[in-house]
Design a protein around this ligand. Structure first.
Ligand code: FMN
Length: 153
C-alpha cells in the first residue's frame, strides 16, 4: 500500500492512521480531509456515533490531529484504535507522551510529524448511506466534525 505523510497523509482515504485528541483522550482515525471552507483552512474528521471521542467532541469545541511519520508508531495507533478512553488510559497503554497543544485546550501526541489544532465550526451527522451499507450494517454512522485550523506545525 502507498504510504503518505503530512497533508497528503490526512487527505488520503486509506492510511495507517493519525491521533485525534479531545480533552484528555486520544483516538486513532484514518479518514480525514484538509481543505478550505468559509475562507478558512479546515480539517474534517469523521467520527462514529459509538466513540467516546464523539461524546467528548459534543461537549467541547476543540480537537487536535497528530500525524505520525509514514510507517511509524503503528503499535500505538493500534492500541488507540481498539481501546476506548471510557475504560482505558490510552496514553499509558500505548506508551505515548502528551504534549500540551499550543492554542487549544487539549494535547497532541509527542513525536509526530505534523500537527493540526482545530476549533469546531460545525458538525454534520450522516443520515443515510446510499450504497455504503458494508460500512454501516450496525447503524454506527459517522459524524463530520469540521474544525477551523488555528495552529499547524
Ligand atoms: C487504523 C484505524 C483507523 C480508525 N479510524 C477511525 C475513524 O476515522 N473514525 C472513527 O470513528 N473510528 C476510527 N477507528 C476506530 C477508533 O479509533 C476506535 O473505535 C477507538 O477505540 C475509539 O476510542 P474512544 O472510544 O476512546 O473514542 C479507527 C481504528 C483504527 C485501528
Amino acid at each position: 500500500m502507498t504510504q503518505f505523510s503530512g497533508m497528503d497523509y490526512l487527505n488520503s482515504y486509506f492510511s495507517t492512521g493519525a491521533f485525534v485528541c479531545v480533552k484528555d483522550n486520544v483516538m486513532t482515525a484514518s479518514w480525514g480531509f484538509v481543505g478550505f471552507m468559509w475562507r478558512k483552512k479546515c480539517v474534517i474528521i469523521p467520527i462514529r456515533d459509538s466513540r467516546y471521542t464523539k461524546e467528548l467532541l459534543d461537549k467541547d469545541t476543540e480537537f487536535t490531529v497528530s500525524i505520525p511519520a509514514a510507517g511509524t508508531m503503528s503499535k500505538a495507533l493500534g492500541i488507540c484504535g481498539t481501546k476506548s478512553g471510557r475504560d482505558t488510559n490510552k496514553w499509558e497503554a500505548a506508551e505515548i507522551e502528551k504534549q500540551e497543544a499550543k492554542v487549544v485546550n487539549t494535547n497532541v501526541v509527542k513525536g509526530c510529524e505534523h500537527y493540526f489544532e482545530c476549533k469546531i465550526k460545525n458538525v454534520v451527522p450522516m443520515t443515510d448511506a446510499k450504497g455504503l451499507e458494508e460500512f454501516y450494517s450496525t447503524g454506527d454512522f459517522h459524524n463530520f466534525y469540521i474544525g477551523e485550523v488555528v495552529a499547524e506545525y
